[in-house]
Design a protein around this ligand. Structure first.
Ligand code: NDP
Length: 419
C-alpha cells in the first residue's frame, strides 16, 4: 500500500497513471501534479469511479525546487514518479533528496536552454572527453549517486521502453542466456500510421532534438560519432515487416557500456519513413527546430516550441493510429564456450492500446514500464540505493510484470542479425 506523487500529465503520464490504477493493491493513493492542473483533474474524473486507488491532483511548476518540496511535504508520498520532461529531472531529484523520498524517471537530464553558458562549459568539456555531442548524458544524474546512497534512497533512472525495458532485456539476456555479451543492437520500430503528413509520437521538442542530432555508437571502449541519419539499415521486423532504420545516439548506450561487462559494441537504430525525414530536414533547414529564442513582432518565441503548438498533440494520435510497434534487442556473445545470438522483443498494437487506455503504442510502451519500475521500488522488490540504471537490477520480476501488464515479450534464438 503506497502513496505516490506523479509529476506530469501528458501522453506517457496518462498511461502510467491508468496502469497504476489497475494495481490499487500497490498504488493505494496517487497525486497527479502538473503545470496545467485542468489536465490532471480531467484524468482524475475519467478514472475515479473505476479504481480503488484514491486520486488527488495538484498544480506544480517542477522547474521550481521549492514548489516541488512544498508539494512533497504536504502530500507525503514514498516516491515521486517524474513523467514531466527531462528538463525537470534535476529539480525533482533535489526535491526528493530534501524530503527523503525515492525518485523515478523515464529519460535522462537535458537542459531546456542549451545556450546557457554555465551548462555549455560543462557540455563542451564532456564532448571532448567522451567523444559524443548529444545534448543529454547521464553525468548530471550520476553525480547524485552518493547523495542518494547517503540518504538510503533509490533514484531509478530511465524506466520507459528505451531506456528501460531494453535495459532489463540486457540484464535478462546476461542472466539467463550468456556468459558474456559482446554486441547489443537495440531496434526501435514503429510500424504505425496516424494518417497525418507529419507528427511526432511523443513530445515534439524532445523527439525532434533527438532525431536531428548526430548519431553515435559504442565500440571497443569508445564512442564513434556519425552525422545525423548517416547509417541506414533495412530490417524485416516480426509482425511489422520490412522497414528502413537509422543509427541514433541513445542514452542507454552510455549506461549499458558501463554496466554490461565485456561488451564490445552497442548500437541503437530507429525506423523512419522517407516522408518523416523529408519534413524534418525541411523544418531544420528553415530554423524551426531551433531552441534559441527569436523576436517575432515584439514577442520572444522559441521556434521549436512554436512548431510544437502547430503539430498534432501526440496524445491525440491514439484514435487514428493503426499498426504495430516492435522494440527489442539483438544480443551476440558466448555461452558455454559457444557463440550465441538471441533477439528479445515486444510487439505492441496501436489500436489495442487505444482500446485499453485511449492512447497510442508509443505512450503505452513507455507508460507501462514507468508503472512497473515504480511498483518494484515502492514494494521494496528493487531496493538498491543511489542512482540506478535498470540493467543493474534483477530483471526477473520486471520481465514477469511486462507479461502481466500488457507488454509480453518473445525470445527468438535464431534471429537475423543487423549487418
Ligand atoms: P508530454 O509533452 O505529453 O507531457 C509532458 C507533461 O509534463 C505535460 O503534462 C506538461 O504539462 C508537464 N510539464 C512540463 N513542464 C513542466 C513543469 N515545469 N512542471 C510541471 N509539469 C510540467 O510528454 P510525454 O508524455 O510524451 O513524455 C514524458 C516523458 O517521457 C519525457 O521525459 C520523455 O522524454 C519521456 N519518454 C521516454 C521514453 C522511453 O522509452 N524511455 C519514450 C517516450 C517518452 P503541460 O500540460 O502544462 O504542458
Amino acid at each position: 500500500m503506497s502513496k505516490v506523487l506523479i509529476i506530469g500529465c501528458g501522453g506517457v503520464a496518462s498511461v502510467a497513471i491508468q496502469k497504476c490504477c489497475q494495481l490499487s493493491e500497490i498504488f493505494s493513493e496517487i497525486c497527479i501534479a502538473s503545470r496545467t492542473k485542468s489536465k490532471c483533474d480531467e484524468l482524475k474524473a475519467k478514472l475515479e469511479n473505476k479504481t480503488a486507488t484514491k486520486i488527488t491532483t495538484a498544480k506544480v511548476d517542477a522547474d521550481n525546487v521549492d514548489e516541488v518540496i512544498a508539494l512533497i511535504k504536504s502530500y507525503n508520498p514514498v516516491t515521486v514518479l517524474n513523467v514531466a520532461l527531462p528538463y525537470q529531472d534535476l529539480t525533482i531529484m533535489d526535491a526528493c533528496l530534501a524530503c527523503g523520498v525515492h525518485y523515478i524517471d523515464t529519460a535522462n537530464y537535458e537542459p531546456e536552454n542549451t545556450d546557457d553558458p554555465e551548462w555549455r562549459k560543462i557540455y563542451e568539456k564532456r564532448c571532448e572527453e567522451k567523444g559524443f555531442t548529444a545534448l543529454f548524458d547521464y553525468s548530471w544524474q550520476w553525480n547524485y549517486d552518493q547523495k542518494f546512497k547517503d540518504a538510503g534512497l533509490t533514484a531509478l533512472l530511465g524506466t520507459g521502453f528505451d531506456p528501460g525495458v531494453t535495459s532489463v532485456f540486457s540484464a535478462y539476456a546476461l542472466k539467463h542466456y550468456f556468459d558474456e555479451i559482446h554486441t547489443i543492437d537495440i531496434l526501435d520500430c514503429n510500424g504505425g500510421d496516424h494518417g497525418y503528413p507529419f507528427a511526432t509520437n511523443f513530445n515534439p521538442e524532445i523527439n525532434l532534438r533527438e532525431v536531428s542530432s548526430n548519431g553515435s555508437y559504442w565500440e571497443n571502449g569508445h564512442w564513434v560519432e556519425t552525422k545525423p541519419m548517416e547509417i541506414k539499415r533495412v530490417y524485416n521486423f516480426p509482425q511489422v515487416g520490412q522497414k528502413d532504420m537509422y543509427l541514433l545516439h541513445h542514452e542507454e548506450i552510455e549506461s549499458l557500456a558501463k554496466n554490461i561487462p565485456g561488451v564490445k559494441r552497442i548500437r541503437f537504430f530507429m525506423t523512419f519513413g522517407q516522408s518523416y525525414l523529408t519534413h524534418m530536414n525541411c523544418l531544420e533547414n528553415v530554423g524551426m527546430l531551433s531552441t534559441t529564442p527569436i523576436n517575432f513582432e515584439g514577442k520572444e518565441i522559441v521556434p521549436i516550441q512554436f512548431l510544437k503548438a502547430l503539430l498534432p498533440d501526440p496524445a491525440s494520435l491514439g484514435p487514428r493510429t493503426v499498426g504495430k510497434t516492435n522494440i527489442g534487442c539483438i544480443f551476440t556473445g558466448i555461452k558455454d564456450g559457444k557463440e550465441k545470438t538471441i533477439y528479445i522483443y515486444n510487439v505492441c498494437d496501436h489500436q489495442e492500446c487505444y482500446k485499453e487506455v485511449e492512447s497510442q503504442a508509443i505512450s503505452y510502451t513507455t507508460g507501462v514500464p514507468a508503472m512497473i519500475g515504480t511498483a518494484l521500488v515502492v514494494s521494496g522488490v528493487w531496493n538498491k540505493t543511489g542512482t540506478v540504471n535498470l540493467e543493474e537490477l534483477d530483471p526477473d520480476p520486471y520481465m514477469d510484470m511486462l507479461n502481466k501488464y500488457g507488454l509480453p515479450w518473445v525470445v527468438d534464438e535464431n534471429p537475423v542479425v543487423v549487418e
